[in-house]
Ligand binder design. Structure first.
Ligand code: FES
Length: 156
């Protein structure tokens, strides 16, 4: 009887861990972050934005009223890409990686790969991007900021 109970407990634990490994829980909660007034972005053509978690995002004007927010991390080896408006492309200087205006790799090592795309929305002339809430929570723990009340340890 005890052996049977032990086997059931062992197999149950094993399949529990296997299930969590095969089907990990995903935090799909997201939040919208204000980035810039669209009138300012239209004047600049593009800008770099750092999320609270430290991710860098390139936000570019594709045409008046049309915007795109892409991770500036090259999918090849992680260098920073930048927008070249005159050539209508994103460029990675590390190994001459080229991405089209949609962020799809067209030449160099990242050909066939894409820059991570951030959903964005415009409301009342203000541009927002959507980021995972988990990354916001991590950022808050990693960087206490100026306000001692935000410090996770409360040791200010
Ligand atoms: S890291 Fe961007 S092309 Fe190699």
């Amino acid at each position: 009887m005890a052996v049977g109970a032990g086997l059931v407990a062992s197999y149950g634990t094993f399949f529990g861990f296997a299930g969590r490994y095969l089907y990990p829980a995903r935090d799909t909660a997201t939040a919208w972050l204000y980035v810039v007034r669209t009138i300012e972005l239209e004047q600049k053509g593009s800008m770099s934005y750092r999320t609270p978690s430290g991710a860098t995002v390139v936000i570019a004007v594709q045409s008046p009223g049309e915007y795109l927010a892409l991770s500036s991390v090259c999918p090849h080896l992680g260098c920073q890409v930048h927008w070249e408006a005159a050539k209508d492309r994103f460029f990675c200087p590390c190994h001459n990686g080229v991405f089209n205006a949609e962020g799809q790799g067209t030449a160099g090592p990242p050909k066939g790969q894409s820059l991570l795309r951030y959903p964005l929305r415009v409301q009342n002339g203000l541009l927002y991007i959507e980021v995972p809430v988990e990354s916001l929570q991590l950022a808050r723990l990693d960087k206490p900021g100026h306000d001692g009340c935000l410090h996770p340890r409360g040791t200010t």
